[in-house]
Each structure stands twice: as C-alpha cells, then as structure tokens.
Design a protein around this ligand. Structure first.
Ligand SMILES: Cc1cc2nc3c(=O)[nH]c(=O)nc-3n(C[C@H](O)[C@H](O)[C@H](O)COP(=O)(O)OP(=O)(O)OC[C@H]3O[C@@H](n4cnc5c(N)ncnc54)[C@H](O)[C@@H]3O)c2cc1C
Ligand code: FES
Length: 515
C-alpha cells in the first residue's frame, strides 16, 4: 500500500507553490524524505500529495550577504559540514549538522526538512536559535519572515500555512569577537538523535563575556533559552566558578519529561554537564577540536548537489503507470508500476537488482545504500518517483567496473525533464566521478588543519546512565518519539490520505522565555 497518492516533481519554485496552493492541506513538500517518509508510515503526518522540491533550482545556496548568512532550505547536512563559510561564520551549525545521522542520511536530509519537522531533538534548530536566525516562508499569496521563537509553536508544530514553503534561513554571521559551540548527547556516538543538546554563542570583550546566548534542545516542547544563565555570564570572565554556576542555572531552564530514552532528572543533569563542557571548551579555545578536517561525504567527485531540473512538472500516481525513466548502472531504464514504492523496492522488485538489501527499512542499517545522482543515499528512504530523471548506481554497477568501488560512468536518461546547463553534469558526461572517496575537495570544502577525528559534540568522560521510563501520561514534549529508530518500527504502514491520529502536542507544558 502506497504512502502517497500522487507524487509531483516540479522544476521551479513557482510551480511548487502553485501545486501547494492547489492541493492545500492534502499536500506536503518532500525534500530528502528522511523524516517525512517515516512520519507518513507511522501516521505522524498525513499527505496524499507529495511535492518533491529536491531538484528545484535556487533553493540550495550557502552565501554570506554582508554580515548575514543566507541558507537555502535544500542545503543538506553534508553541505553544511563541508562549507567553509558555515564552519567559519556559523560554526555551531556546522557542528550540529555533523552529528546528524550518518553520511548517507546527511546527503539527503536537508536543513529545511530538519527545521520544519520541528522536533525539539532536531539538531540544527538549537544552533540557529542561539545565532538569532529567521525563516522566510513563501506562498502564492506572498512572503513573510519569522524569528525562531515566533515560528516554533510546540512539538512538531510550526507557524506555517498549508500553502507555504520555507524558502530561506538567515542568521547573523559570527563576528571576529564571537565564538560558539554545539554539544550533543545521544545514546550512542552515531545515528542517534539528541537526548539533550545545547548551543552556546558568546561575544567577548577582552577576557569578559559581553553577550551570551544559550539555547537548549530536547528538554522542552521547543528549544529554550537559558536567560538567567546568560545574565550571569554577561560581564563575567569564564572561570570555573562562573561556569559551574551558569551550568546549574541552565539546567533549571530546562523543562524535560521522562520518556523511553531518558528520564527528566537525567536530562536536566545532562544540561548542566553539556553547558559546562561547552563553556569550558570556549574558555580554553577548544571548541573546534574534534570537528573533522576531512569529513566522509560520499559525494564522489561531485559537490553534494543533485542536478537541477528544467522542463515540465512530472506527475506519478501511486496506482498509475506513468513511467519512471532513469539510468541504472549506466543503462536507460523505463519502469512502470513502481510509482507508490520506495527506490529500494523498485530496484529489487521491478529491476531484479537484489544486491540492494532491505535491513531496517528506516535509514539505520545502510544495507540499501545506492548512489543517486552521484551521492551515497539510502534507497529505503527515497520514493521511487524521485528516480525519474536521475542516475542510480547499485552494488551490481560497482561490481561491473574494473576499478574497485568505482561505479559505471553515468549516461543521460532520455526524458522530458532536462537538467539545467552546467548543473546537470551527472548526466551525459563520461567522468567516472562516483569514486568512493572518504572526502573530496568540493568548492566549498573548508581548508582546515588536520584534527583528531571524533565528536566534541558528544560529551566525553563518564556520564551517569539514563534512568528513563515512560511517563504516566505517555510520551510528551521531550519524549517526542524520534521518527527514526526506536521501538515502534513494527507499526503497520498507513495508506495515503487515511486519517492520522491526533498529533503529539506538548505545547503549554514548557516555558519559552525570551531573553
Ligand atoms: C537514521 C536517521 C538518523 C537521523 N539522525 C538525526 C540526528 O541525529 N539529528 C537530527 O536532527 N535529525 C536526524 N534525522 C532526521 C532527518 O535526517 C532530518 O530531520 C532531515 O534533516 C530532514 O530533512 P529532509 O530533507 O529529509 O526532510 P523531509 O523528510 O523531506 O521533510 C521533513 C518535513 O519538512 C517539510 N519540508 C521539507 N522541506 C520543506 C520546505 N522547503 N518548505 C516547507 N516544508 C518543507 C516536509 O513537508 C516534512 O514535513 C535522522 C533521520 C534518520 C532516518
Ligand atoms: S538503511 Fe535502508 S534498509 Fe536499513
């Protein structure tokens, strides 16, 4: 049973907005799909119509406009990690992106999707909140810009109308006298969402703190600022006594609850630990320690951006037989009857490429990894219609080539859709650019001195074990069950358009002070 009825692939922002206006609340934008597909399957969201914007031009920029960092919603986590601009002028955001999932998740998961899903555990929200970012929403009716405290209304709830789309995120870039850090605690060191996270941004005047912003994630229905703790920091020198006091005050700003992954008391104590470590790192100038100089991106020789499309909007109906035209392992293929499937099932069931395996089915195990438009992605989290106009290389394609781990050169699928000139270099050229490199020199890759690998973003040293348990009233705000992993994987798939259970709402249980 398909999770959607109709899948549109628009080729311009205007067309995407027109489709959103036409289909209203039945429609949902899909970018990387790494949250939405799991949410649809679990009934957390409802959408009969998916509008795939992942190849719309003009929505994936990373630019410094004066002292403002401007980010398109389609910027992926890996591109945030690899961006010298982001690492230089919004370092806590680069750190947060580095902690999201694994490389194949970071190649598909976008900043916009992370922000709109609005889980208080989603990692990029916290640093952007601390940086004072805004979101710009657009619809056929016009455009508006909101601060984060105005945009976020509760667990998985944002102030965005059904016909609106996120088109830009802006944040004041860090100045030479400002430094920041993001720290995260998960239940393991990779592929783990935050039990607690924190972002600290300080402006210094000599040795003293002139301005402080501390944002805490996964401890309330939305991100919260630790206002009292910030007040103590202003005018102070970052000595151990001040750090201890600020860490304790920050813990008091948290309003966590018990859930399956951790107890409220544990989370509150971990806030103090994380804030102490963040401030200590800033005091000692160690906040960049552990951020990789050569992160594994799995982009081959590309730049982490899929080819942009031009031409007519493609429409695939789950029950229809509109063709998915793509290149698989160097051959043009036309697949009918797979419009309601995942790419994983299209490859296995319709093309007989059973080297692509199904393990977890929800982005955790990597058994379904393929190359999509030159990047490693997880086929279980890619809708099959996303393959229309795309190039895919499976394990069978890797096996056919003389060079180990070098997939076949891509050829251009014959389609009504066509790539933008210059951007569609994955089609039609014969460069074997999908070599499996641990990292590459994309144009935006920061040039950093080699550093020790590891994650500052994960607290070091022994931590008390979580003492979680389901709260009597069931999961509440901080419980905010992750859309990935966790105990409810076995839930039955829902059909497109079927009534969703009431949304988990934690609004009202937490405090949202504005400092
Ligand atoms: C195994 C696994 C591990 C993960 N680990 C982490 C983690 O450690 N930390 C973390 O923060 N996240 C994690 N995630 C979550 C996920 O990868 C991110 O939230 C991702 O950034 C979502 O982006 P997307 O492009 O995939 O969004 P999608 O799934 O495409 O969309 C998500 C939501 O945003 C909406 N949307 C997307 N773009 C727009 C737009 N431009 N305008 C309007 N609405 C839009 C969609 O309608 C949908 O409601 C993990 C996911 C998986 C599967
Ligand atoms: S990650 Fe796709 S099947 Fe496990």
């Amino acid at each position: 049973m398909a999770l959607w009825e109709t899948y549109f692939t628009p080729t311009s922002l205007e067309e995407a907005l027109r489709l959103l206006a036409e289909h209203g609340p039945r429609a949902r934008v899909i970018a990387g799909g790494s949250d939405l597909l799991i949410e649809l399957e679990r009934g957390v969201r409802q959408a009969a119509v998916l509008i795939d914007v992942s190849r719309v031009a003009g929505l994936d920029g990373i630019a410094l406009d004066g002292e403002t960092l401007r980010l398109g919603p389609l910027v992926t986590h890996n591109r945030l990690v690899a961006s010298g601009t982001v690492a230089g002028r919004a370092f806590p955001l680069a750190q947060a992106a580095w902690t999201v999932g694994g490389p194949a998740i970071r190649n598909r998961g976008t900043l916009g999707g992370n922000l709109i899903t609005a889980s208080p555990a989603n990692d990029t929200i916290t640093p952007l909140w601390a940086l004072g970012a805004t979101v710009t929403l657009r619809s056929v009716r016009g455009e508006r810009t909101l601060s984060f405290p105005d945009f976020y209304q509760g667990v998985r709830r944002v102030d965005m109308a059904a016909d609106e789309m996120l088109v830009e995120v802006r944040a004041p870039a860090l100045t030479p006298d400002e430094r920041g850090v993001f720290v995260k605690l998960g239940l393991r060191r990779a592929l783990a969402i935050s039990l607690v996270n924190a972002a600290v941004v300080l402006r210094f005047s000599g040795q003293r703190v002139a301005q402080a912003r501390i944002a805490l994630g996964s401890v309330a229905p939305t991100i919260v600022r630790a206002c009292e703790a910030e007040g103590v920091l202003v005018g102070a020198v970052l000595d151990p006594e001040v750090i201890e006091r600020v860490a304790d005050l920050a813990a008091q700003a948290a309003a966590p609850i018990n859930d399956l992954r951790a107890g409220a008391d544990y989370r509150r104590r971990m806030v103090a630990v994380l804030v102490r470590r963040a401030l200590t790192a800033l005091a000692e100038g160690r906040e960049r320690e552990g951020f990789p100089a050569q992160p594994p991106l799995l982009w081959g020789r590309g730049d982490g951006r899929p080819p942009r499309l031009a031409g007519r909007t493609a429409r695939h109906t789950a029950e229809g037989d509109e063709p998915i035209e793509c290149t698989v392992n160097g051959e043009n293929r036309v697949v009918r009857g797979a419009n309601g499937k995942s790419l994983l099932h299209m490859l296995r069931d319709d093309l007989g490429l059973t080297g692509t395996k199904e393990g977890c089915g929800e982005g955790e195990c990597g058994a379904c990894t393929v190359w999509l438009d030159g990047m490693a992605v997880l086929a279980c989290l890619v809708p099959a219609p996303r393959a229309h106009g795309a190039s895919i290389v499976t394990i069978e394609g890797l096996a056919l080539t003389p060079t180990p781990l070098t997939p076949l050169p891509l050829s251009r699928p014959r389609l009504g859709l066509r790539g933008h000139r210059g951007a569609a270099r994955n089609f039609g050229d014969r460069r074997p650019h999908l070599r499996l490199h641990p990292g590459d020199d994309g144009p935006d890759l920061p040039r950093r001195p080699p550093q020790r690998h590891g994650q500052l973003a994960l607290p070091r040293g022994p931590l008390p074990r979580p003492s979680g348990g389901e709260a009597p009233g069931g999961p509440g705000p901080a419980a905010d069950r992750p859309p990935h992993g966790g105990a409810d994987r076995a839930r039955p798939r829902r059909q497109a358009g079927a009534a969703a259970p009431p949304a988990v709402s934690g609004a009202g249980r937490g405090v949202r002070p504005r400092c």
